[in-house]
Design a protein around this ligand. Structure first.
Ligand SMILES: [Zn+2]
Length: 228
């Protein structure tokens, strides 16, 4: 989970208008305009797990609406999630961090420890004691490890994707460390892309750079300038 700006784009405006109309008619908030605006805003990523290879997108209410019309049609309450995360969060984790308002990476450290299956451990270290931070940490843990046999299977697939992405990223960083001249610049560019908001599992990648800040102080600028 990373901070995502809820910008006032043309698509967002159209989404808000379609929500007003849906609210008036009592029809679904799941309009084509809302879907299109959410996909653009969240870079086609689930806002909770940051996976991009999603087979089932869902519209998630940050604050469960439980029949509350205002919350149900409020653009600021609508988020793009994958089915796995949406069905894990349900009404169980409330409140969680609003990633369109808070810098999540200042509240939670995302780490993958160990290299091989049995030693591997995902850690979501909460950095303050706010209820929404603690809830988000617990939600992330459940998302990545599952709580039912089906969700455990989904979580395993998710961890596999994360592992693949992170090992590719680490490989770029390793090569970058040894490269010189033009090659080093090319790798720096690739790393910059990997640290961007649109990159899958960006919170884990950025924390890897933070945790190795002494080795790569020059790469820190890509994270600091994004969300200082
Ligand atoms: Zn997800």
């Amino acid at each position: 989970m990373i901070k995502i700006e809820r910008k006032q784009t043309d698509k967002a405006q159209k989404a808000i208008m379609s929500l007003q109309e849906a609210k008036r008619k009592g029809s679904s908030y799941n309009t084509p305009e809302v879907n299109s605006a959410l996909r653009e805003m969240f870079h086609n990523k689930c806002y909770i797990c940051e996976n991009k290879q999603i087979t089932s997108y869902q519209i998630e209410h940050l604050f469960p609406h439980q029949g509350n019309i205002e919350l149900k049609y409020d653009w600021n309450n609508l988020f793009l999630a994958c089915a796995h995360c949406n069905n894990t969060k349900l009404d169980k984790y409330n409140p969680i961090i609003d990633c369109t308002k808070e810098n999540v990476e200042r509240k939670i450290a995302f780490r993958k420890r160990g290299y091989f299956g049995i030693e591997e451990e995902l850690v979501f270290e909460v950095l303050d004691s706010m209820p929404e931070t603690i809830n988000t940490g617990n939600l992330l843990y459940e998302v990545y490890y599952g709580s039912t046999p089906q969700k455990e299977m989904e979580a395993r697939i998710l961890r596999k994707m994360l592992r693949k992405e992170l090992s590719e990223f680490k490989e770029y960083v390793r090569e970058y460390k040894e490269a010189e001249g033009e090659e080093k610049e090319d790798l720096k560019y690739l790393i910059k892309q990997q640290l961007a908001d649109s990159s899958p599992f960006a919170a884990f990648k950025r924390w890897l750079i933070r945790d190795n800040r002494n080795s790569f102080p020059e790469l820190l600028e890509y994270i600091v300038t994004i969300h200082s």
